[in-house]
Structures are given as C-alpha cells and as structure tokens.
Design a protein around this ligand. Sequence first.
Ligand code: EPS
Length: 353
Amino acid sequence: FTVTTFGESHGPAIGGVVDGCPPGLPLEPAMFLHDLERRATGRSRHTSQRHEADEVEILSGVYEGRTTGTPIALLIRNTDARSKDYAAIAQTFRPGHADYTYWHKYGIRDPRGGGRASARETTVRVAAGVIAKAWLARRHGVRVRGYLAQLGELVPKGFDWEAVEQNPFFWPHAAQVPELERYMDALRKSGDSVGARVNVVAEGVPPGWGEPVYGKLDAELAAALMSINAVKGVEIGDGFAAVGQRGSEHRDELQMDGFTSNHAGGILGGISTGQPILASAAFKPTSSILIPGRSVDMEGHAVDVVTKGRHDPCVGIRATPIVEAMVALVLMDQALRHRAQCADVGDMAPRIA
Ligand code: EPS
C-alpha cells in the first residue's frame, strides 16, 4: 500500500496516487469533505488566510462508488494561488526554511512559493488518510483520532474528546479556548510563531500488526510522522519520558482482563499489543515570519529577511488531521502486510482482553 503526492503550493493543482487499496471499499468525493475542512487554511483567524476550496476529484480507481483495487488518483486544484507573494524573497533564503537546502540539492528556485516545501502538500496526505481511515474502520473497527496536546508553552488543563472538534485548535479542554485565542492574537500581532505538539490515539488495533526487526510498527510511524513538514520530534507512548523511568514503572503488566497501563504506546518489539497506539509529533515554529532574520542572498550578500504572505503563526494548529492521516496510512499498510503473511494464525495464540 503506497501513497505518492505531486504538485506545488502555487502550481495549478496538487494530488496523489493511492495504490494497493483493496477493492470494494465505498468511496465518494463527499467522504473527503470533513477531514479536508479540518485541515484547511482560512477557517479561523488563527491560521493562514489563504482560501482554498480543497475539493477532491477522484480520477481513477473507483467505479460506481467503490474502489476497484487499481490505483486511486486524487486531484485537488489550487484555487487561491498567489506566487507573487514570494517575489520579495525569491533571491534569498528564509532562516529556518527549506529554501536553503532545496537550492543546494536542486540548484533551482521554484517561483511558485514554498513549492513542495509548503504545508499545502499535506492536503493530499489528509485525503489519502480518509481512504485509510475508512478502510480501517470498516474492516477492523479501528478509530484514529488526535488532538493538540501543546501550543507554545500552553498545555491542556483537562481532557475531553467531546471538546476537541468544537474549537479551531483541536484543544481537549473547552474552558481554556479563550486563553488560546488571546495567546494566538498576541502572537500574530508580534509577527512571531510558535511550535506545537499533536497527539494521536488509534483504538481497536488488534495485537500482531507490525514487523519484528525491519518495518517495525513504531519505526514506520516515526518515519511517517517525521515526513510531515515542520515535524522535529516523534514519540511513541511515553517516548523520551521513558529515560527517567524505572523498569518497574515503565513495563505494562498483564492480567487476564488486559494490560494495567500503556507506557509502551501499544507497541512492543515493533508489533501492536492490542492496546491503543499512542503517537505524538512535535512541530517547530513556522519559519516564515514577520520578524527580520539574518540571511544571505544568492549572490552571497548579507541580508535581513522578512517574510510577508499568508502564513500560519503556528502550523501545528492545523496539523491534527495530518498526523491522524499519517498514522492511519501506516496502520492500513501494516494491516495489509499482516493479512498477507499471518492471516492463517487466527486464534492460535492465547489472548488476553
Ligand atoms: C504555508 C504557507 C502558506 C499557507 C500554506 C502553508 O501558503 P503559501 O505561502 O504557499 O501561499 O497558506 O498552507 C496552505 C496553502 C494549505 O493548504 O495548507 C507554508 O509555508 O507551509
């Protein structure tokens, strides 16, 4: 099961090909609306004010509302591209941005904005994730959902899944939302940006998905989450907090009615335990900001760079659906691989709840 994407932020369209989806899965354009809307720009004053329609066209792989098993090509036309936003910085490199590394790798400056480095590319990941979420839910009853677990220095003071979809931050504690609004308004006025942490929980994953050495479930998740723009850290379960724990604390004890804790984040030895999978991604502060930063231009002169345009003061605010999508894509791939190799194992292994 593979996904590839194409397109630039300021080109005519973006899109992708999802290959290896089993036949027979009901799929229609309306199914993409919800998650694409959750990720989209311009839906609150706290994100980029670019207004994209983000409508998915299914070009192939679906017949009479069901997948056929052939590659599913998805197309999303850019409807609000404005590459002239980048004219002022086209000869220089934004500090902290991939402008610099792309130039060294390809020797070409793409005038169409951030091009492939823009978070616009993540639209297609979310669209592909819709397919994976639908297949996982239908075939295995798996549910993948996420929330914003930190915004700059703010952390949730309570937790309620119901709250997450009722505010533009995906924040799990409703009473704190006004505080987040004030925080973001002040940040935007200052011209600066902040980072964020997104947590994702996948429930209903049976024990046994993953590989023991190469292609470990946690390694695949880490690679998938790290491949999202601006991600600088990934944790599974307790992640880096495990460094300061004792074995007696970290190990998840087993009883016949289940595990007593989930420090491992639902994965042991690269294979799912049957507990919820817990993954977390750290997003860096957006590099395109209004505060001048030192850089060099392409002729080697020292310059100060200020990035105007329609940028997110915190790219993590819109990232919850993206992290969910990447987790779902990895789980679907692992489920299919597991089915290919181990479908006959059945209930031979004794199970706890
Ligand atoms: C982004 C910068 C802005 C955002 C964009 C992400 O776009 P651009 O500079 O390419 O016009 O609007 O997000 C989207 C367009 C999107 O759909 O997510 C960036 O620097 O990553």
